[in-house]
Design a protein around this ligand. Structure first.
Ligand SMILES: C[S@@+](CC[C@H](N)C(=O)[O-])C[C@H]1O[C@@H](n2cnc3c(N)ncnc32)[C@H](O)[C@@H]1O
Length: 214
């Protein structure tokens, strides 16, 4: 397992131990509505597909799935897809697997994950938002490896978020990444078909990387 993944896993294991299956349990603060907004932004990767839906029951991989909150949210919204979650924190994966027998869960570093088949959609809500004490440059490399890996295992689209640099206050433990710089990297290295949503009222943005134009 990568050192950064291990540190993040240990951190989120502790928050889950303390706060359970809540927004605070995945260290997103106490406002559940904000967490739901983030889930909505992740699931928007399925919008406007040229041949919607991709298939009757599309597959979705949730990278850094935590306790499976995205699956719970999707169930509440009446959305149906073939869900797989992966997370490095064993306690959250154990909880998710028993709460959601309809999903498939793996306790593993995504950077070591070799799935048998690709997924229509891949989402990542919150791995690229907190760096703890990792130096920024190391976190940049880690972020790029993670984004490249997600794009490789997706058939249709990837969604992920990061903290924006367009803020007037910076916390040492958070990972801020210039949205235009990251978009430029994605276009140069991965795909020209992308969207960026920097318009919602949180200090972050979501990037959507698509295999084909929509
Ligand atoms: C902020 S939490 C978000 C959890 C979930 N996505 C949600 O929003 O409810 C980030 C999660 O990513 C996990 N994580 C961090 N790096 C990872 C990696 N390389 N592979 C798999 N999981 C990872 C952490 O253990 C943590 O549970």
């Amino acid at each position: 397992m990568q050192k950064i993944s291990q540190k993040l896993g240990e951190h989120y294991s502790e928050t889950f131990k303390q706060f359970g299956s809540t927004s605070e349990g995945v260290d997103w603060g106490s406002d559940e509505a904000k967490l739901h907004l983030r889930y909505r932004k992740m699931l928007a990767v399925m919008d406007n597909h040229p041949s919607t839906p991709v298939r009757a029951r599309p597959s979705l991989l949730d990278v850094g799935c935590g306790f499976g909150g995205l699956l719970q949210y999707a169930n509440n919204m009446g959305l149906d897809f073939d869900y797989t979650g992966i997370d490095v924190a064993q306690n959250m994966i154990d909880w998710a697997a028993s709460a959601h027998p309809e999903g498939r869960f793996f306790c593993q570093d995504f950077l070591d994950f070799e799935p048998e088949k690709n997924f229509d959609y891949v989402v990542c809500n919150g791995i690229l938002t907190q760096k703890l004490d990792t130096p920024g440059r190391e976190m940049d490399d880690y972020a790029q490896k993670l984004i490249r890996g997600m794009f490789e295992v997706c058939r249709s689209g990837v969604a992920f978020n990061a903290m924006t640099t367009r803020v007037n206050f910076f916390s040492d433990n958070l990972y801020y990444r210039d949205p235009l710089g990251l978009a430029a990297w994605c276009i140069a290295e991965l795909t020209p078909h992308f969207r960026i949503d920097h318009a919602y009222p949180l200090y972050e943005y979501t990037i959507y990387l698509l295999k084909e134009p929509r």
